[in-house]
Design a protein around this ligand. Structure first.
Ligand SMILES: [Zn+2]
Length: 352
């Protein structure tokens, strides 16, 4: 990663699966304070093709995003989206979910694809299994470790930072082992995979506590695919620095707003005459201009602007929380910040 644009942490990265954060322009994202955007190597490899993106000047040029970009390796999508998937020690053979065509991704190929795409942070290929099968998680972890070593060896570009990924399901001994192995690779950041994939919140918290003790403190820790406000606060309390999630934009397209007192269903009739902003103290474009009543009107009338305005608010809300956490860490008030957040979040949503 170029030192000049290394983002401050804790940070929340909005997800631009297809090299676009849905319903938002790059300009709007910059105004929200987004320091990092995630794009998806699996999707961009299949369409429009990583070689084509390279020939068009790389992802920054292609999607017109001047700040840092992170690409995931495609591991998660290979194990959640791809069809007729076969995993072996060398890699993964699968059929495209788009047209059924056959493809093979190896650790070396995953790196080559991400070097073509040209993000600032790239990820090792990993296997993300369901979290409860001990023997399979051990096998997947060992495979993930072998693949991570091959990714480190295959990497050629000097202007990208490669992160290794910790796996191990809900098993403390596997998480401990994986943390030690991945830390030993010497990558400039360490990702935590295989959480928020069906385990309980308390299982996620206890795995993060194991990792907090086991991982080195000199490199950012990135909890992949987590972005609910309450999960971000609890994970920062357990030493995590970076987050990404489709949650804020997906909720926006499903007519829901994130607030500090919980989620608001913007479609509800209770908002029809509500002239307050979504959140009174929010500084986002949506909250400083529009009422809940107007947002509800857009949702009910099926207007596209609702997805844009709700995405602006939801992403800004998560970025503000990470900014506040950063300040609280600096001031030594992180515990009281978390207590206040938990107390407010538990309160019922007031729509009247
Ligand atoms: Zn707002």
């Amino acid at each position: 990663m170029r030192a000049c644009c290394a983002p401050h942490t804790p940070l929340f990265a909005p997800v631009g699966t297809q090299a676009t954060v849905k319903a938002l322009t790059p300009d709007q994202l910059e105004q929200l304070g987004a320091g990092l955007v995630l794009a998806n190597a699996y999707h961009l490899y299949l369409r429009p093709g990583d070689q084509r993106v390279a020939e068009l000047g790389g992802l920054h040029q292609f999607m017109q995003w001047p700040r840092p970009i992170l690409t995931d390796s495609g591991g998660f999508q290979l194990f959640s989206l791809a069809e007729q998937r076969q995993v072996d020690q060398e890699g993964v053979t699968f059929r495209s979910h788009l047209d059924g065509s056959q493809h093979r991704i190896t650790p070396e190929r995953a790196i080559a694809i991400q070097e073509n795409l040209g993000a600032d942070i790239i990820m090792a290929l990993d296997e993300c299994p369901e979290p409860y099968d001990l023997e399979y998680n051990r096998l997947a972890m060992q495979r993930t470790h072998a693949w991570a070593e091959r990714c480190v060896a295959a990497k050629q570009r000097q202007d990208q930072g490669l992160f290794g990924i910790v796996q191990g399901g809900v098993f403390p001994e596997l998480r401990q082992q994986s943390a030690e192995f991945v830390a030993g690779l010497g990558t400039p950041g360490i990702a935590i995979g295989g959480l928020s994939v069906g385990e309980t919140k308390s299982e996620m918290h206890s795995m993060l506590e194991v990792l907090d003790a086991a991982l080195p403190g000199d490199r950012p820790r990135y909890l992949m695919g987590v972005g609910a406000p309450e999960d971000i606060v609890e994970a920062v309390m357990r030493g995590v620095d970076m987050f990404d999630s489709v949650l804020p934009t997906r909720l926006a397209r499903n007519d829901a707003a994130l607030t500090r007192s919980g989620r608001i269903n913007v479609r509800t009739a209770a908002l029809a005459d509500d002239d307050r902003p979504l959140e009174p103290d929010c500084d986002c474009y949506t909250c400083t201009h529009f009422s809940r009543a107007y947002l509800r009107h857009l949702v009910v009338a099926r207007e596209m602007l609702s997805a844009t305005l709700l995405s602006i608010h939801n992403i800004r809300m998560l970025i503000r929380i990470t900014t506040e956490l950063r300040e609280a860490i600096g001031e030594g008030t992180i515990s009281s910040y978390a207590d206040q957040f938990r107390a407010a979040f538990a309160e019922p949503v007031d729509l009247q």
